[in-house]
Design a protein around this ligand. Structure first.
Ligand code: NDP
Ligand code: 13P
Ligand code: ZN
Length: 347
């Protein structure tokens, strides 16, 4: 059997109030034998409680587990609660969705993705960004059978999370530049359709910045739809390449260096300014787009010390050596890292 299959969700709902229809959606998909809700401590009240009410009214058996880390320990704890009849509902941010996605994949049961915010592009993709100590790649998992995105809940989530989602999408611009470079220099497999969809998803944000505002359902819808198409680009490519290049390596390096990193999308956004400069591209336009959606553009805005930015720039190329980027095989020198961070105003 070919390894090169493209996975897509079967049903996608992006609507205000749709969370209250969860039981009906599960029934229509024959996923109503047993539900396991994976959620977080903040998202329990916001997302899980209305879903539990909807399932109880429909007499659907349901269990809940809260997770606080996207780790292999959390995944094992969730897997212990899964039986062959279970459907796993991930209700929360990226961390919760990744844990629900990977645990359901490992146990061979269906997964429904229910984002409570629009902060990252893993909502519909078949990959989980959970690294184990021996591997630097995203873990292979599966696409959700359904995506239920309640844009009213997403609109009410902290705007910082939505801005981070916009920044995760804006990072597609450098991810694609890196991917093309790797294709030309290293013959890395490249998909024109995935790359085009990825760039289009980023443009849905940068061409619409004036319509992305706090507490507006229409804004949540724009970001969610862009994350959906960005996730589809990842599905088509079968790798995170269309959405993860050198700017993500920089963010992953910060995650390793720092005890308390900033949001994933925020770090990737700042990484995009830096890597666009290295690509000799229009890094000022990236910065302006980030500012327009209220995403941070400097180290001090996300509370990261200058020396940690420099350290992350110097080690980023080692995070995933098999994925060639503008950082090359040897990375950049300390002096060049300072120059880069200083000239772009990141430090
Ligand atoms: N699979 C993939 O391809 C991708 C995966 N990722 C992964 O996703 C994670 C980052 O996701 P991100 O969402 O930024 O971070 P988190 O999942 O850590 O969420 C950040 C915080 O926002 C809270 N939150 C979520 N929704 C709401 C809401 N409606 N109201 C109030 N608070 C809310 C969460 O609450 P709570 O405490 O309840 O969780 C959490 O405290 C990382 O682990 C990253 O690796 C990122 C990109 C792509
Ligand atoms: O964050 C991602 C895409 O936005 C996932 O990428 P990684 O494969 O680098 O974890
Ligand atoms: Zn990302």
């Amino acid at each position: 059997m070919s390894n090169r299959k493209i996975q897509m969700p079967r049903e996608v709902y992006i609507d205000p109030g749709i969370i209250n229809d969860t039981a009906d959606i599960c029934k229509s998909l024959h996923l109503d034998k047993k539900i396991l809700i994976v959620t977080g401590s903040h998202t329990y009240d916001i997302g899980a409680v209305p879903v539990i009410e909807s399932l109880e009214k429909a007499d659907i058996d349901c269990d809940v587990i809260k997770v606080d880390k996207a780790s292999f320990e959390s995944i094992s704890e969730v897997e212990e609660l899964i039986t062959p009849d279970t459907t796993v509902l991930g209700i929360g941010g990226g961390k919760v969705i990744d844990v629900a996605k990977l645990s359901s994949y490992n146990q061979g049961v269906y997964f429904v993705s229910m984002p409570t915010t629009a902060s990252h592009d893993g909502i519909v993709s078949p990959l989980a960004s959970i690294k184990n100590p021996n591997s630097s790649t995203s873990a292979k998992a599966h696409s959700p059978i359904a995506v239920i995105a309640d844009t009213e809940i997403i609109a009410q989530s902290p705007f910082r999370l939505l801005s981070a989602g916009c920044a995760d999408l804006i990072s597609n611009f450098t991810a694609i530049k890196d991917w093309k470079l790797a294709h030309r220099l290293k013959n890395a497999p490249f998909s024109e359709s995935a790359a085009s969809l990825s760039i289009m998803s980023a443009h849905l944000i940068t061409d619409n910045v004036s319509n992305i505002k706090p507490n507006l359902e229409a804004s949540a819808r724009i970001v969610m739809k862009s994350l959906f198409s960005g996730g589809m680009a990842i599905s088509i490519a079968g790798t995170s390449r269309p959405a993860s290049g050198s700017e993500h390596l920089f963010s992953h390096a910060l995650d390793k260096i720092l005890d308390k990193p900033a949001l994933h999308g925020e770090q990737c956004g700042i990484g995009t300014i830096l890597m666009m400069y290295l690509h000799d591209g229009d890094w000022r336009a990236i910065k302006n787009s980030l500012k327009a959606v209220q995403a941070p553009t400097t180290a001090s805005e996300i509370g990261i010390a200058e020396e940690d930015i420099i350290e992350a720039l110097m080690v980023a190329h080692k995070i995933r050596p098999e994925r060639y980027t503008i950082l090359g095989d040897n990375g950049i020198s300390k002096e060049a890292a300072y120059e880069l961070a200083y000239k772009t105003g990141v430090i």
